[in-house]
Design a protein around this ligand. Structure first.
Ligand code: NAD
Length: 490
């Protein structure tokens, strides 16, 4: 994409209904809900508010497409071609999709153009390539038998996603499900339904048969819960809060649904004294403040070795003081607003907790302006492991700096959390880097980098950060059943 010099115009909103069985329809109740632009708090659209009745219609369509429709007999290679066509249409509309994402979520246009939408396209292309490469084994079992396995799609999948990377979370879920041959009912987050709905329109234009992809916007306890409980849904893939995952796990139990969860984190980012200091400062700053701190992987516990602590913090503060916070449609803006009022309040509450608990706020520490959900990028030093800002996922632009002096000590402290999503280590010493990478219990460890998200690398959480993996070949497993076929040879 060309470099932008001027603010981008706000996009027109084209899709606001439910997309069910290849058609755009209102919610059966006729109800709608508002979605806002977080930078101005203005209502930008009224979206169909799906509930149990709409979910039932969508699941029925998905079941029909899976069992009997053209999808059920389509060649795997043809499925891959359709997916590739979808990715091409997304690529053609990339500028529009990026602007729509910025409008609904508030993230800076430079991020939605450079990260979100290109990663969406890459994800769908990557999984398009997998569609005709999913196959079983032949297994030498004892006796006069032929044994082989088939990898079959799990069926109808319910997919429930959060608001922090709306289009990308949809792509991470659609890609492997479609490649495996499943059909989909997706419920986007109520804060950010717009790009997911647009992606459904592009799937329509690409030629996906009716019922293969259905999108029902609505709220979690109504539409989301109905999807989880529906007896005709075979699997739920969920990204969001651990507390929501517990409800989903309980709701899914009755129907023995398979569940995969991508949940929260409190990721340790460990900086050793021998590191390239400025690279680590830049990486740590990016690793926390990217996407307004609204990343499940945010490096929110920054452990800095005592020998370099003071200089490191000075450089962090200098970097932070020039961060450009403001209109997300301005290509110069580096930080936009938090996604909604509830998140703004939560982040400000945690800033108060940091101050009350005795940490020192050395940068930011308050709301930015009085319109829109902006928070100044905030840095706390002198943070202790048991403070609330060091324990809980804040999901906002609040960095906690902790001091350490020894490798074993920092490994133990890094693991002293119920979460296990991501971590990073900054050092020039390859032995220390790999020792720590092996010791830290998390699904991803970055060494001398942060938030590198290639679609081919598996991603997910240890401990309370999730169940299962997304992305890469591992991401396909969630959408496949393995069948053994055993033949008596005569
Ligand atoms: P959330 O759990 O509140 O909502 C996520 C989705 O679940 C929304 O679509 C919501 O409507 C739906 N939902 C809510 N209640 C439900 C219910 N009872 N039944 C079914 N669905 C229900 O989470 P959020 O605040 O939107 O997202 C932030 C969280 O997501 C953070 O904890 C973050 O770390 C996590 N996250 C994790 C990853 C990852 O890959 N590990 C990625 C992004 C975000």
């Amino acid at each position: 994409m060309a470099t932008l010099t001027k603010p981008v115009a706000r996009p027109e909103i084209r899709n606001t209904q439910c997309y069910i069985n290849g058609e755009w329809v209102d919610a059966l109740s006729g109800k709608t809900f508002e979605t806002l632009h977080p930078a101005t708090e203005e209502v930008i659209a009224h979206i169909a508010e799906g509930d149990a009745a709409d979910i039932d219609r969508a699941v029925t369509a998905a079941r029909e497409a899976f069992e009997r429709g053209p999808w059920s007999s389509m060649d795997a290679r043809q499925r891959g071609k359709l997916m590739y066509r979808l990715a091409e249409l997304m690529e053609e509309e990339a500028e529009y999709l990026a602007a729509l994402e910025t409008l609904d979520n508030g993230k800076p246009i430079r991020d939605s153009r450079a990260a979100d939408i290109p990663l969406v396209v890459e994800c769908i292309k990557y999984y398009a390539g997998w569609a005709d490469k999913i196959h079983g084994d032949t297994i030498p079992i004892s006796g006069d038998y032929l044994c082989y396995t088939r990898r079959e799609p799990i069926g109808v999948v319910g997919q429930i996603i959060p608001w922090n990377f709306p289009a990308l979370m949809a792509a991470w879920k659609w890609g492997p499900a479609l490649a495996a041959g499943c059909t989909i009912v997706m419920k986007p987050a109520e804060q950010t339904p717009l790009t997911c709905l647009r992606m459904a329109q592009l799937a329509h234009e690409a030629g996906f048969p009716p019922g293969v992809i259905n999108v029902v916007p609505g709220y979690g306890p109504t539409a989301g819960a109905a999807l989880v409980k529906h007896p005709q849904v075979d699997k739920i893939a969920f990204t969001g809060e651990g507390s929501t995952a517990k409800i989903i796990q309980a709701d899914a139990l009755d129907t023995f649904k398979r569940v995969t969860f991508e949940l929260g984190g409190k990721s340790p980012n460990v900086v050793l004294a021998d590191t390239d200091l400025q690279a680590a400062v830049d990486g740590a700053h990016f690793g926390l403040f990217f996407n307004q701190g609204q990343c499940c992987t945010a490096g929110s516990r920054l452990f800095v070795e005592d020998k370099i602590h003071d200089e490191f913090v000075d450089r962090l503060i200098t970097k932070n003081s020039s961060r450009r916070v403001g209109d997300p449609f301005d290509p110069q803006t580096e930080q936009g607003p938090q996604v909604d009022h509830a998140q703004l309040e939560k982040v400000l509450r945690y800033i108060d907790y940091g101050k009350q608990d005795g940490a020192e706020c050395v940068s930011g520490g308050e709301r930015h302006g009085d319109r829109g959900y902006f928070v100044k990028p905030t840095i706390f030093t002198g943070v202790k492991d048991d403070m609330r800002i060091a324990r809980d996922e804040i999901f906002g632009p609040v960095m906690s700096v902790l001091k350490f002096s020894d490798l074993d000590e920092v490994a133990e402290r890094a693991n002293n959390t119920p979460f296990g999503l991501a971590a990073a280590v900054w050092t020039r010493d390859i032995n220390k880097a790999h020792r720590l990478a092996a010791k830290i219990r998390s699904g991803t460890v970055w060494i001398n980098c942060y938030d590198v998200f290639d679609i081919a690398a598996p991603f997910g959480g240890f401990k309370h950060s999730g169940i299962g993996r997304e992305k890469g070949a591992a991401g396909l497993d969630n959408y496949l059943e393995t069948k053994s076929v055993i033949v008596k040879m005569s």
